[in-house]
Ligand binder design. Sequence first.
Ligand SMILES: [Zn+2]
Length: 76
Amino acid sequence: MQIPFLPFWHPKTKSCERCGFYFEEKKEECPRCKGLDEKQIEALLTEESEIAEANSNLGWLFIFFAALIALLLLSY
Ligand SMILES: [Zn+2]
């Protein structure tokens, strides 16, 4: 599958079937999860989704403050 409009997409990359990491096609093994067993991959992915969740909360906080600042500027 190729998604040309995504700037980070590189045609010579493939996604790992186990952990979803993108790496060069010429590499035979995923550099991220090689040597890990299923449980370790699961822990890795869980950790990552928690980080993503924390980041999305941070995103909302940022929008909140941006709105607050905009309101302050408008009240002058
Ligand atoms: Zn992998």
